[in-house]
Design a protein around this ligand. Structure first.
Ligand code: HPA
Length: 266
């Protein structure tokens, strides 16, 4: 754990109180509403030295610490993507801070395109596994043997089961699938989508995978849910754009919020 992360955790405790969050939530494009539902203290990333700028529209770069459904949470309203800086470890410090605050679980959310015939825009998908199609790794340069992180059950089976139960209780379908990380910021070509479908992916997006690797490195248990905003390139006539992603994300976001609230209340 870096010294900076410990210092930032002290700073955050000074503003939000000493109680440790049980769980961290990272909100994807157009999914920021959940941060407003938390009864707690919001801290701008700009007040946390070393935190990324997280400047993509549709993100709200604040850390909110407080209560949601009786659970102490730390909600990261903005994420930094690899494509903003060329740094695969852009989210390392925020996740180190989460760990330093005492959390042991992390739920990541994202907007994604679907390659699965039965997973459509407006649906959710629980990640069962991923394909690192970008080939980058946020732990490149890490010096210790801890860098050899096992990724066999990277998506925590118990958290997945609990999230599925929460989804069932809310009557929200939550199919599981494999997410492929594409670096962005350009979208994929139809040929790339055909390729990653053949490789076994069900959805594609520009985030989450480096954060899962970093979180497992830090010993956090992880789950991730995609909000499907479109069929991936070449699979439908709809246009694919960031505007479209932001416009479509709220369709799944309302369902996602119900699942997460139910999960936290359990
Ligand atoms: N590709 C990559 N990222 C995305 C997509 C997509 O089709 N939709 C939302 N985020």
């Amino acid at each position: 754990m870096s010294r900076n992360a410990e210092d930032l955790a002290d700073l955050i405790r000074g503003r939000a109180g000493a109680e440790a969050p049980a769980i961290g939530l990272v909100l994807g494009s157009g999914l920021g509403h959940l941060a407003e539902a938390v009864d707690g203290v919001a801290i701008d990333y700009a007040d946390l030295p070393g935190f990324p700028h997280a400047g993509v529209s549709g993100h709200n770069p604040k850390l909110v610490i407080g209560d949601l459904e009786g659970t102490r949470v730390a909600v990261f309203g903005g994420r930094a993507h690899y494509y903003e800086s060329g740094r695969g470890d852009a989210m390392r410090l925020p996740l180190e801070v989460l760990k330093a605050l005492g959390a042991d679980r992390l739920i990541l959310t994202n907007a994604a395109g679907s390659m699965h015939p039965e997973i459509d825009p407006g649906d959710l998908m629980l990640l069962s596994d991923h394909i690192n199609f970008s080939g980058l790794n946020p732990l490149i340069g890490e010096k210790t043997d801890a860098r050899f992180v096992p990724m066999t059950e990277a998506y925590d089976p118990d958290m997945r089961a609990a999230l599925k139960s929460a989804a069932d209780a809310e009557s929200v379908p939550l199919p599981e699938g494999v997410y492929a990380w594409y670096s962005g910021p350009s979208f994929e070509t139809p040929a790339e989508i055909r390729a990653i479908r053949l490789l076994g992916a069900d959805a594609v997006g520009m985030s989450t995978v480096p954060e899962v690797i970093l979180a497992r490195f830090l010993g956090l248990r992880v789950a991730a849910i995609s909000t499907i905003t479109n069929k991936a390139a070449g699979l439908s006539d709809e246009n694919i754009s960031h505007e479209h992603t932001k416009a479509m994300a709220p369709l799944g976001a309302a369902k996602l919020e119900r699942i997460i609230r139910r999960y936290l209340a359990a």
